[in-house]
Ligand binder design. Structure first.
Ligand SMILES: [Zn+2]
Length: 341
């Protein structure tokens, strides 16, 4: 079976097009995330000729790994571009946050307008937000991406497009080569539960995004893999941790798509670490951030090829450690749009 992967250079975001070809009659086109809002045309420009070759009017499957703005941003316009000619969309849509989101949005709107909200829940929310001294942009970012997710899911449902929440017990008809490794329903539930109230989930998201920890500086002679493991790994948001981890098998080789999954996300894959052994091609998690990778993880995966999509998040020790482990590493930062093979 032929597989081709296009990973677009959308700064610190993901936009990936996968084309599987068993035979002329059996082909599958998948879009995994679509960068920020403004990136959608770059995605359709690359996807259109692939669809034409496959004799299809739209991608078979669209996967939103998680609803952060750099992944979900362009998806609505992509679906509209294909006029709903899409067999399935896989996306998580946690309703748990809805009430907190509505409240936080009204707090933010009133803050912007210089008004006071009289609701008691609003003032509690507001004072918590104040206590953390978060920037308006950070709050806006978290709330907007949740709103985009709600709007997108509503649009899909009203257009009659089949949506499924991606967990390890789902599959795509006729294509057993696709396997969702994570998140499990249990892990996903624990991510939503662990922070207590929905309001706290939102605040935690905002806090983690606003934290810009100073990185320890590295001596030139330090081994990149040892340095990678010496860094602080905490502070990956719950939304990132809930990223879909997808494995595609083609000619007995494993291709792994990871969104912004964390170390904990990998640890929670059923049958870990056996399930992550011998990955042929890897989309490095979270744009190459050191928080989402370790030497141990790379040892388990022992991947042959690694693609990294990112600029600001990309930590050079991640790429260097993979190279040291024998992988051919390519980054959108250096090479722009990437194509495999
Ligand atoms: Zn991301």
């Amino acid at each position: 079976m032929n597989i081709s992967i296009n990973m677009l250079d959308v700064n610190d975001g993901d936009a990936i097009i996968v084309h599987l070809e068993r035979s002329a009659a059996e082909q599958l086109v998948i879009i995994i995330d679509s960068g920020h809002k403004g990136d959608w045309q770059r995605v359709t420009t690359v996807t259109d000729p692939i669809l034409k070759k496959a004799n299809k009017s739209g991608p078979d499957l669209i996967i939103c790994t998680h609803y952060d703005a750099d992944h979900i941003g362009g998806l609505m316009k992509v679906v509209q571009h294909y006029n709903g000619q899409i067999r399935q969309v896989w996306i998580h849509h946690p309703g748990l946050l809805l009430e907190a989101f509505k409240l936080a949005s009204s707090v933010l709107r009133s803050e912007k307008a210089g008004q006071q909200l009289l609701l008691s829940e609003a003032s509690a929310f507001k004072s918590t937000l104040l206590a953390y001294n978060l920037s308006y942009e950070t709050k806006q970012l978290v709330l907007e991406s949740y709103e985009d997710m709600l709007e997108f899911v509503n649009f899909l449902q009203s257009s009659g497009i089949q949506t499924r929440e991606p967990f390890p017990d789902i599959s795509f008809p006729g294509w057993p080569e696709l396997k969702v490794l994570g998140p499990t329903r249990t892990f996903y539930g624990s991510l939503l539960d662990r922070l207590g109230s929905p309001a706290n989930v939102l605040i935690a998201e905002m806090l983690e995004i606003s934290q810009n920890e100073k990185k320890r500086s590295r001596q030139i002679q330090t081994d990149p893999c040892l340095f990678l493991d010496s860094q602080n790994k905490s502070g990956v948001t719950a939304v990132n941790q809930a990223s879909v981890i997808l494995e595609i098998t083609a000619d007995e080789k494993k291709y792994l798509f990871t969104g912004d999954a964390s170390l904990e996300s990998f640890n929670n894959i059923p049958n870990y670490p056996e399930s992550l052994r011998d990955i042929f091609w890897l989309k490095v998690a979270h744009h190459g951030s050191q928080k989402n990778s370790t030497f141990q993880l790379f040892n388990i995966m022992s991947c042959k090829h690694a693609f990294i999509s990112g600029r600001r998040h990309l930590d050079e020790e991640v790429a260097e450690c993979l190279t040291k482990k024998g992988a051919v590493v390519r980054t959108t930062k250096t090479d722009g749009d990437l194509v495999f093979p």
